[in-house]
Write a protein that binds this ligand. Sequence first.
Ligand code: P6P
Length: 338
Amino acid sequence: MTLQRIKTLTQFIVERQSQYPQAKGALTRLINDIATAAKIVNREINAAGLVDILGFEGADNIQGEAQKKLDVYANERFIEALKGGGECCAIASEENEKIISFQNEFSEMGKYVVAIDPLDGSSNIEANVSIGTVFSIYRRISDLGGGKLEDMLQPGINIVAAGYVIYGSSTMLVYSTGHGVNGFTLDPSVGIFCLSHPDMRFPEPPTIYSINEGKYASFPAGVKKYIKYCQVEDPVSFRPYTSRYIGSMVADFHRNLIKGGIFMYPGTTKQPKGKLRLLYECNPVAFIAEQAGGRASDGYKRILEIEPKTLHQRSPLFIGPKSMVEKVEEFLSKPAND
Ligand code: P6P
């Protein structure tokens, strides 16, 4: 790739900002703050096998999950970057029970709040499987002082920008501000994110389904029927689909966005609301999926229309090409004995 054809993330964001005269650059700076922290986290992840950053921190997070050292490291880097950047007045993080509200006079002026999972899929770190950061950005609705809980408990339809970073064979930042989805690949030799996947959309026909089939027995009847539907031989509808499941949401979602497929994390008899958290896992990828021409629901209603009640609430997630998500919703809408 010769230099003059490279478009950097900064160039792209500034170009896009210039299309909106009312934009003052705050969101631009905020997205850049996230990208900067991602580069620092990326460096640590890539060295994880070499330095004492693997393993457990010795504490549990709010979810009662043993925190990995990289979870804590990533969380600290994103908090530092967002606090220092001054555009964000509060963060809801998977790693913190309560919101982190920036009280100093500088950050209090931040007009945005960020919901973030600093390192999703961290249980895969030792296996060297791709992991990710997931984030969504909202305008604050409270008017004074540091950000408040009400600023964080907004439905996904209020998102102004959302995206993810995937730390994989290459490190990519994929995000949207509501005008399509664009992917940037990190050139580690110069530490620059370069536009590599402009205007990302789910390809047709989709041919992949992703779900942890080990939990089949505890899935709702409609999900069981849809799994069997995916496995039927029907060349006209490109079935049987291919089953692919990594166990790292960002990696599964990203592959399905590139290749065309549905990712499902249903509720089960043991976890009726599923495992994934609404604010900083489901909502960001739902925003991306809709911007890429797809759909994201809890099996019945649009993820982005769910009104959050608590910071860490969970939701079932069915996300991907519209045709696939609507098909599983059709199976879920029928009586169990149908
Ligand atoms: P299971 C990772 O721990 C995570 O939160 C998501 O990234 C991933 O999609 C899911 O859990 C995998 O869960 O139950 O299939 O191992």
